[in-house]
Design a protein around this ligand. Structure first.
Ligand code: GDP
Ligand code: MN
Length: 399
């Protein structure tokens, strides 16, 4: 689960990292009020930032500077409701504008191959790190944190020095790098990224100027499997941006991933779901989804899974593949009958159920005139053939 920037900033700030203050707003009017307060408190200007769970907001026009509350309202008017990478902007962050002297990249990611947290830094901040990795791989410093002790002092110094953060910035850069790893571990995150980490020039009330390091952007991705340990973070899930199908799948505890094909797959067990997708491909078809109803699923879970699959307009055929263990075949068959009675549109369905109570399942399916298959290969082939027949009929009708 991805956190919005304003939530990520809160976590970094709570861990003692230097993060400028900010306010979330959903209307230009609210943005004007927030801007007025920030300017009254001494800000030289404000920045209005789209809060969406995708990167590259700056390039897309979702980050705008404003000198006055009126400017800020205008900027908000442009950013709110704009679409960035397919996502409609519903809220913005208003923060004091920073006078940026230099932008760096600093991030911590889970390196699964090394089984450690990898800290990466680059003096080429502001641009996407993937681009730096492609074009100038040597411009990225990489250090693995210690699994129990975190990022050690000398390691953090290595990162800071590689970025050229020496002299007065060294101690702060070390603290920030170590802080990212602490935030990562404390929240069971997969990714904690600051891009840009920036040297900014600030003017105090007495007119004196100083420069310091601050986190101007924050991106945090949490490990979904660890979310039950963090109810406070779960509560920050942004349902505005979640696909309603994903929300329903999560609530029903169904593992569901959309794909591009036309054959909907309803399977129990992740391994069997993968195998089913492989066999669909081998038979010449394309799966529309990965879907695992889990162990011991009841008929209502099956009905919910069917709804999820049918909500995807690309789905032309449904392939059901159940290996009854804890999950009872007859329970699934009943779920299928129930689901078909309620389904929003009719599509051909090929069902293969083996294992626990398979005979009872066959009887129920036969009585309800379902198309069944003995083996998984046969089921995949029948589903692909049914899809081809629909494709041919549609093609013929068009001509
Ligand atoms: P992203 O494009 O989604 O990663 O959004 P960022 O928060 O990283 O902002 C993109 C870019 O906008 C940054 O790299 C900065 O160059 C610029 N930017 C963001 N905040 C400020 C600010 O307060 N002042 C100035 N001058 N530029 C900013
Ligand atoms: Mn950024």
């Amino acid at each position: 689960m991805k956190l919005q920037e304003f939530h990520a900033r809160e976590l970094l700030g709570a861990a003692g990292l230097p993060v400028p203050p900010g306010r979330v707003a959903t209307t230009p009017g609210e943005v004007g009020v927030a801007a007025r307060e920030l300017l009254a408190a001494g800000a030289q200007g404000v920045v209005v930032k789209a809060q969406v769970l995708v990167g590259g907001r700056g390039k897309a026009g979702g980050v705008k500077l404003a000198a006055t509350p009126e400017d800020a309202e205008r900027a908000a008017g442009q950013i709110l409701d704009m679409t960035i990478k397919g996502i409609v902007v519903r809220k913005v962050l208003v923060a004091p504008a920073s006078d940026i002297r230099h932008e760096y990249y600093l991030g911590a990611v889970l390196d699964r191959a090394a089984q450690r947290i990898l800290v990466m830094g680059s003096a080429e901040g502001g641009v996407e790190i993937e681009q730096v990795a492609r074009e100038k791989p040597d411009a990225i410093v990489r250090v693995h944190a210690h699994p129990h002790l975190g990022l050690l002092d000398f390691q953090a110094r290595e990162v800071a020095l590689a970025l050229g953060l020496t002299g007065p910035y060294l101690a702060d850069a070390v603290a920030i790098a170590q802080g990212l790893v602490r935030v990562m571990i404390a929240n069971d995150a997969d990714l904690v990224e600051v891009n840009p980490l920036a040297i900014v020039r600030e003017r105090a009330a007495d007119g004196s100027e100083r420069e310091r390091l601050v986190c101007l952007d924050a991106k945090i991705t949490l490990d979904d499997s660890a979310l039950p340990r963090h109810p406070d973070l779960e509560a920050r899930r942004d349902l505005d941006e979640e696909d309603p199908a994903d929300t329903e799948a999560r609530e029903q505890e169904i593992n569901f991933i959309h794909l591009d094909g036309s054959i909907g797959c309803l399977v129990n067990g992740a391994g069997l779901a993968m195998t089913t997708m492989d066999l669909v491909k081998r038979a010449g078809g394309e799966p529309a989804n990965f879907l695992d109803i889990g162990g011991g699923a009841k008929s209502d879970t099956v009905a919910a899974a069917m709804r999820l699959i049918l909500e995807d307009p690309k789905v032309q055929v449904i392939l059901v593949n159940i290996f009854g263990g804890i999950t009872r075949g007859d329970e699934v068959a009943r779920g299928l009958v129930e689901a078909r009675a309620q389904q929003s549109r009719a599509v051909p369905m090929v069902v293969r159920i083996v294992g626990t109570n398979a005979e009872e399942a066959q009887r129920i399916l036969r009585e309800a005139s379902f198309q069944t298959a003995e083996s998984l290969e046969a089921a995949a082939e029948q589903a692909v053939a049914a899809g081809r027949a629909i494709g041919a009929a549609a093609g013929g009708a068009g001509r």
